[in-house]
Design a protein around this ligand. Sequence first.
Ligand code: PLP
Length: 326
Amino acid sequence: MPIYSSASDVVLDDIFLQLPDFITGVETFLKLEAFNPAGSLKLKTAVGLVDNVLSAGVLTRPHGRLIESSSGNLGIALSVVAAERCFPLTIVTDLKANRQAIQAMEALGTEVVVIDQCDQNGGHLQCRINYIQQALERDPQLIWLNQYANLANPHAHRDRTARNIHAELGDIDVLVVGIGSTGTLMGCSEYFARHSRRTRIIAVDVEGSVIFGGPPASRHIPGIGSSRSPEIFTDSDAFDKVLVTESDTIAMCRHMARKHGLLIGGSTGSALTALQQLADSIAPGSRVAVISPDLGDRYLDSIYSDNWIESRYGDMFAETSGSSLV
Ligand SMILES: Cc1ncc(COP(=O)(O)O)c(C=O)c1O
């Protein structure tokens, strides 16, 4: 039995759940990323970002302070890393972040700033970044980790997430990845292009996100999508691009909970929706991995709440929300 020396070392990168008959004749594996002290795949991103500023000598004691923008999961993960390494941390988030995520960050000793203004694309990201830029001007000791532009983000997933998928499952036929900062996608694309060219990568985003160049619209599910294209994102034919709706994502999450006993997070619902929509293009006998960045406990007040769905989607969701939605 492994014994770890710090909380952020407890990353279980080899846990897969097989979903028999998710697509008939195709082996589908969910890579479950939630089983670590931060509860999501972003613990690997957080460790990569902090190690990067430490090894570059940018973050030093006793004055070094960290700041980052996050819709929730990276904020919790950075809070774990900052607490164990004794660095003060400020997380800039927005009204879409769930209450428990903010409480978890604060319990870990993080200062949380909640931005309530929208940017021109109906999201909050540019306003969060504007806040950070003003804070950096005021405080020269402050270090912005910047998951959207820092190559330590994709490198963490190239060197850990992708490598472990390949080590456990070999040259899979398809890998499905939901995107936010695009660190997971960029890292996995780089790794599989080098080590298993036959693996088809499917990048999944939600309607209203601008990362693939589509028109902005309001979105309600945290973790997936962005109102601003991240600097680390390079569009290419190394991956297929699929846009799904939030309503299909919610229906998939609720279906997985009630039919498979698995409370998945929002981006996992989006990834599984995309896979289902592409089922006809996947040959029988294929092996498919789907990255599941977190679990549904973070979405009990949103995706799994009938009241939340009704207040956000109203009639649009009337036929599929409520207890009839399975
Ligand atoms: C639940 C969830 N899914 C997917 C992602 C997207 O990962 P990435 O930022 O590496 O694109 C995130 C990012 O925060 C997330 O929290």
